[in-house]
Design a protein around this ligand. Sequence first.
Ligand code: IMP
Length: 457
Amino acid sequence: MPATVIVGLQWGDEGKGKTTDFLAEQVAMVVRYQGGDNAGHTVVRGDEVFKLHLVPSGVLYPHITSVIGSGVVVNPARLIDELEMLTSRGIDVRRVRVSRAAHAIMPYHVALDRSLESRLGDGRVGTTGRGIGPAYGDRAWRLGLRMEDLLEPPILRERLARALPEKNVLLAAHGLPAADVDALCDLAAGWGARLRDHIDDTTTLVQDALARGDHVLLEGAQGTLLDLDHGSYPYVTSSNPVAGGACTGGGIGPLQVDEVMGVMKAYATRVGAGPFPTELEDGVGEGIAERGHEYGTTTGRRRRVGWFDCVPLRHAVAVNSVSSIMLNKLDILSGVDPVRLCVGYTIDGRRVDGWPSSAASLARATPIYEEFAGWDEPIHAVRSIGGLPANARRYVTALEEHAGVAIVLLSVGPERSQTIERAWRPMRHRPSLPPAGERRASPARAAGPTTAGMGHA
Ligand code: IMP
C-alpha cells in the first residue's frame, strides 16, 4: 500500500512531526505538500532535538528521500540555512529534493506580509510573518517565481522584470522600499546555484516511487482548521493542509491515496488570531501550555490553549476522509480534573453540531461540554490502552466515538518509544468500508486496490 497522507485535524501543532518520525522506518519517501517555513516540526531523538521548518522530518533517516513538493512555498535562504544546520549535525541532506514548480518566497513577500498585518491592526490574522500569503497570492496571480527559474538567470530576470513593476506599486503604497531587478536577480541566482543539486521534477520522483511500490508518506503542515477552504476564513493560512492538498501539492491522484492518518492532540491549541470557542484563559490553560511546551516552533509565540473540540473534529474527519487517527500528548492532561470535551455549540440560542463555515458564527459559539473525571498518574511509561488509568481510557474512547474512526497510535511522551500502538495493520483502508468481496463490483473497483491502476503493479 504505497501512499499515506498525514494530516492535522486541528489548528496545526498536533505533533505531526512525531507521527512521521514514528512511521518513517517503513517508508522510502516523505513529501511535504503545502505551506512553507511558517511550519515547524520538532522531532526528539534521544537527547537531540531537531527543529525543522521546511525539510520533511524524514531527512533524519538515511533511507528516506525527502521531497518538498510543488505545493510548498520555499524561502530559499531559509532552506539553505536548514540544509547547512542539518549537515553540521551530521545529517546527510543529499536526498532532499525540491520541486522545480514550488514557488520561491522573495524578500518583498516577507515585507508585505508584515506590513499588511500591522495595517490590519485588530483585524490581523496573526501570521507568522514569513511571506506565505503574498507568495501564494503571486502564484495565483501568475506573478510568482518558481524554483526552476532560479536555475536560469535569463528567465529569472524576465520573471522579475514582469513582476516587479506590480510589486513596486504595492510596496510604495505600504511605504516600503522598491525592489530592484538587478539586486534580486543576483540574490536569487546565488540561491539557485547553491540549491541546483536539490531542485528536481518531484512529481516524476513521487510517481516513480509509487510505480515501484515504495511507501510514500505525504506530510501536511498546519492543520484542517487553518485550511484556506475548510478553515475559519480569513483566520487561516494560504494553502490547503487537508488531504486533498496532498494530491495537488504532492503530485498524486486521489485514487493513489491508501490511508489518511489524522493527527490530533488531547486538547486544542491555536496560534494567531481568530475564533477559538473552547479557549481556556485561566490557570488550567496555562498549566497545559507549560507542561505541553505550547510555544511556536517558528515564532516562539505562546499558543492559545483550549479543551478538545469535537465539532471541528467531525468536520476534519469528513473533509479529509480520515481512515485512522494518532492521538498525541495525552500525558499532558495527567493531573487535570475535570477534563472537558466540547461536543456541540450553542449559536444564537440554537444547538449546532456541525462546523460553521463562517468565522463570525464561530465567534458567537458557546461550547456544550461533557465532563470527564481526570487522572493523576503520569502515563509516560504506559505502552497499552489497558495500562492507562480508567478515566484516561474513558476520555480516549469518547474521542474515538466522536471521530467515528479508530485511534491506532497514542502518544504518551515526546520520544518515539513513548507511543501506544494498538492492534493495527498499518496503511489499511478506511475501516468503515465493507470487505472488498462484499462491495458491488464496478469496472473501476472490481480488481481491488492492488492493481496497476493504483500505480504499483
Ligand atoms: P501564515 O501561514 O504565516 O500566513 O499565518 C496564517 C495563520 O496560520 C496564522 O494564524 C498563523 O498563526 C497560523 N499558522 C501558520 N503556520 C502555523 C503552524 O505551523 N502552526 C500553527 N499555526 C500556524
